[in-house]
Design a protein around this ligand. Structure first.
Ligand code: B12
Length: 321
């Protein structure tokens, strides 16, 4: 269930009056829904998009459930990698969340954050572990913090439309890498797909059954560890046949699939990065990203004279929501 936020909370979080915030909602500048009682409510994703597109500052991020320091620092991607890498090894979870939400507010997509920040950072942590600079518990704690962040980003993506194309996915038998498999789910949800991860360490027969029974438009497979290459090649090719029959596209990615292995397997697309997956998903289903109200022909926020933006409206009868 998506967490909904009231105009009062958002208004305080971004330092404007509640009536101004309500007027922006009514002008469609911030996507909102209304409760049965007619009260306005917003999703965090809509508020993040409004802040990103309007450049409006955030003064009390905690009111939106975000770390207190969000919105105060601009990051180059390199600086963000350095800060997240040291914070992950040190177990500073709120710092990791803060930098990632700063990047989202600065306009970076989850796909770019995964490819250009979190993946390189996890590689660095692998090197620190391999050369003894990071202990096993620090690597594992970093993985847990990363997984909680991915679930938070999953719950922050906009609600998926009922008619959205479906996708399911996971990892093969003996592959317990949840991070890249969950990143694929969040990337697909961020471009409007009803994507559901069905788990890790999945035997091929149950993946074939999942495709036959749920008939997804897309099946993704994250391959970070292969225990038996021969069984892998046979399993993937059987899976592709079933997917093809059903009309499901098979997208594969992962560092364990070497060039020579790729020659032996069938798939619809092989993705070197999550950008590849996002582009493939968009090509399959041109997700008309929910127009930011500004871009929907309504006046762009920065085109509305500040005086007009600040004009207050009559609060609703029985106003405070
Ligand atoms: C975290 C980690 C683990 C964690 C995983 C935690 C989790 N919940 O996911 C745990 C502790 C489970 C683990 C276990 C092992 N690990 Co490990 N692990 C890592 C580490 C540090 C980071 C991996 C990661 O999350 N990367 C982040 C992802 C997003 O990046 P990526 O995989 O490069 O993905 C990019 C692309 O490939 C692509 N992509 C990847 N997957 C997908 C999927 C789709 C659908 C798409 C579209 C794209 C895509 O997009 C990504 C971004 O650009 C790596 C170091 C490294 N260099 O990667 C070692 C590493 C991969 N592990 C290694 C090893 C050896 C192991 C073990 C075998 C150790 C052991 N003896 O037990 C086990 C195997 C476990 C198993 N059976 O699955 C070695 C692999 C060496 C090799 N080449 O084979 C590495 C390289 C460490 C090292 N330096 O030696 N590991």
């Amino acid at each position: 269930m998506k967490k909904l936020i009231s105009p009062k909370q958002v208004a305080r979080a971004i330092g404007v009056s509640e009536s101004t915030l309500k007027r922006w909602c009514d002008r469609g500048l911030i996507s909102m829904t209304k409760t049965a009682g007619g009260h306005r409510r917003m999703e965090l994703d809509a508020v993040v998009r409004f802040l990103r597109d309007s450049g409006h500052e955030i003064v009390e991020p905690e009111l939106l459930g975000l770390p207190a320091a969000v919105g105060q620092t601009g990051w180059t991607l390199n600086r963000a990698c350095e800060r997240i890498s040291s914070a992950l090894v040190a177990g500073e979870e709120s710092v990791v969340r803060q930098v990632v939400f700063d990047l989202l507010l600065a306009g970076h997509t989850v796909t770019a954050i995964f490819d250009d920040v979190l993946a390189p950072v996890m590689h660095q942590i692998g090197e620190k572990w391999a050369c003894g600079e990071a202990a096993v518990y620090q690597e594992r704690r970093a993985c847990e913090i990363c997984m909680r962040l991915l679930h938070e980003l999953r719950s922050t993506t906009a609600s998926i439309e009922a008619a959205a194309p479906t996708a399911i996915g996971g990892t093969i038998e003996n592959d317990i890498y949840t991070i890249p498999a969950t990143m694929a789910e969040v990337v697909l949800r961020s471009v409007g797909w009803m994507a559901t991860e069905i788990g890790t360490n999945l035997p091929f027969d149950t993946m074939r059954k999942a495709i036959s029974e749920t008939r997804p438009r897309l099946f993704w497979l994250s391959v970070s560890f292969i225990s038996d290459e021969e069984a892998f090649v046979e399993g993937i090719n059987d899976l592709f046949l079933v997917a093809h029959e059903i009309g499901s596209a098979l997208a594969i990615g992962g560092q364990a699939v070497s060039e020579s292995l790729r020659q032996k397997i069938q798939y619809t697309t092989f993705c070197e990065s999550f950008r590849d997956l996002e582009m493939f998903a968009r090509s399959l289903h041109s997700h008309r990203s929910r127009p930011t109200p500004a871009s929907a022909g309504k006046l762009a926020l920065n085109q509305i004279p500040r005086s007009e933006l600040e004009q207050s409206v009559e609060p609703d009868a029985g106003a405070v929501e």
